[in-house]
Design a protein around this ligand. Structure first.
Ligand code: NAP
Ligand code: HSE
Length: 433
């Protein structure tokens, strides 16, 4: 049986998950790919850090202090990158590919920003770059979009694709826990990014939806065009009103094809509470893909953590081992040639909206707001106002689908009314229809 040797960059949550799976399921994995897969070399940042599990479990991994030497080592066939960040990861992977090594990476930030360059380098050197662990943890969504749904023209893709954010929102809404406490737990469990603001501010989800959008529509990676809003703007008040209206609030990544171009966005979203995806909680992720032939398909599973992500790393290593010595036939972004279909300006996106404005409780106020929305061609689909003794009361509205730029102008006019206090809250609504 052939032996396939893996060198790992980083030995943290993800790599440790992969190393342990490769050891625990070694026999099963060899039967699957006809190869004995061994992790032979690793590079870490701090060699003095205790890594007792390596000795206790009898792994014979040579720790190197020179990452360039690892990625070009004659005894390494596949370089597995789970160190994170842009540099030195980018330079090391370009070195690895140029040296004829196949690459597996969990680094979604790197793929979203430098994937086009890495894929070209892989193509030039006739090797593979796989990145299943980069999106939605253990869910094989890359393989599903790239291969399983290859027959389809994909119309849209929407998902809960940040485990930390979903864990925080779920714990806060179901148990009333505080944001900072839940975030600290997500960090301790190995879910969060090295800089957790990537999770909270939607940047991590934006990296992932950028990758999924490219693979769904066959366009180059364009992270800079992705609209990004995080979870910190979500107010408990809106969670309550959303529930009254039959919705839950989730942080969603959405990529949708329209006649004029493509929308790629991440933001807090109201989802009808009877949809399966609305009930995906904790660290779970879920991705809904709409294909013209297959219809609607939903994929769910653990979105972060060593076991789930390690599972995706090992699946990629097995795919490469099966194809070795050559590169895999599947193109990294699912299409042999990428199109120039534009990602639209955010002001041209179309969505339904949830609006909450703090208004004076007196006759004519709702009429004034309705008139402004009516002037902008925006229909009101639901309206909620509770009786109150207070002078200022919240008014909650659900709108029909509207162009983002038109909504912004109407909201500015509403905010300028004497009877309105502060800036109205604006959240997007998705019905997946
Ligand atoms: P982690 O636990 O912090 O591990 C990072 C590892 O990389 C550590 O072993 C660290 O060394 C090493 N490292 C960092 N910078 C280095 C450098 N400049 N030179 C050499 N080694 C370096 O991170 P992680 O959670 O495994 O995440 C790694 C990557 O996977 C990130 O790109 C992340 O976005 C992605 N990812 C993570 C998850 C998850 O659930 N955690 C899921 C999917 C994807 P020390 O051990 O010495 O500090
Ligand atoms: N920090 C990421 C998350 C890790 O919580 O989803 C998995 O990509």
């Amino acid at each position: 049986m052939k032996t396939v040797k893996v060198g790992v960059l980083g030995l943290g949550t993800v790599s440790r998950g992969a190393v342990e799976i490769l050891a625990t399921n070694a026999t099963e994995i060899s039967r699957r790919c006809g190869a004995d897969i061994q992790v032979t070399h690793a590079v870490v940042r701090d060699q003095s850090k205790a890594r007792a599990y390596l000795d206790e479990q009898g792994y014979s991994i040579t720790l190197m202090d020179d990452a360039s030497a690892l990625v070009t080592h004659a005894d390494v066939d596949i370089v597995c990158e789970a160190m994170g960040g842009m540099e030195p990861a980018r330079t090391l992977l370009l070195q690895a590919l140029s040296a004829g090594k196949h690459v597996v990476t969990a680094n979604k930030a790197l793929i979203a920003l430098h994937g086009n360059e890495l894929f070209q380098c892989a193509r030039d050197n006739k090797v593979s770059v796989l990145f299943e662990p980069a999106v939605a943890g253990g869910i094989p969504i890359i393989k599903a979009v790239r291969e399983g749904l290859a027959a389809n023209r994909i119309e849209s893709l929407a998902g809960i694709i940040n485990g930390t954010g979903n864990f925080i929102l779920s714990e806060m809404s179901s148990k009333g826990r505080e944001f900072a406490e839940v975030l600290a737990e997500a960090q301790a469990l190995g879910y969060a990014e090295a800089d957790p603001s990537f999770d909270v501010d939607g940047i991590d989800a934006a990296h992932k939806i950028t990758i999924l959008a490219s693979m769904a529509f066959g366009i180059p990676l364009q992270f800079e065009r992705t609209l990004i809003e995080g979870i910190s703007s979500i107010d408990k008040l809106d969670v309550g009103y959303a529930a009254e209206l039959g919705y839950v609030i989730k942080h969603l990544g959405v990529a949708r094809r329209r006649d004029e171009g493509i929308e790629v966005r991440v933001h807090p979203t109201l989802i009808p509470s009877d949809k399966l995806i609305a009930n995906v909680n904790g660290v779970l992720n879920a991705v809904l893909v709409q294909g013209d032939a297959v219809g609607s398909t939903l994929y769910s599973g653990a979105g972060a953590g060593g076991g789930a992500t390690g599972s995706a790393v090992v699946a990629d290593i097995i795919d490469i081992a099966r194809a070795m010595p050559g590169a895999l036939a599947v193109p990294p972004l699912a299409f042999e040639d990428l199109e120039a279909t534009p990602v639209l300006e955010a002001s041209d996106y179309r969505c339904r909206y949830y609006l909450r404005a703090q208004v004076q409780d007196r006759p004519g106020v709702i009429a004034e707001i309705s008139r402004i929305l009516g002037d902008a061609g925006i229909s009101i689909q639901a309206l909620l106002q509770h009786p109150s003794e207070d002078k200022m009361v919240p008014v909650v509205l659900l709108t029909g689908a509207v162009r983002e730029g038109d909504l912004a102008q109407a909201l500015a006019r509403i905010a300028a009314l004497d009877v309105v206090s502060g800036t109205p809250v604006r959240l997007r609504v998705e019905h997946f229809d």
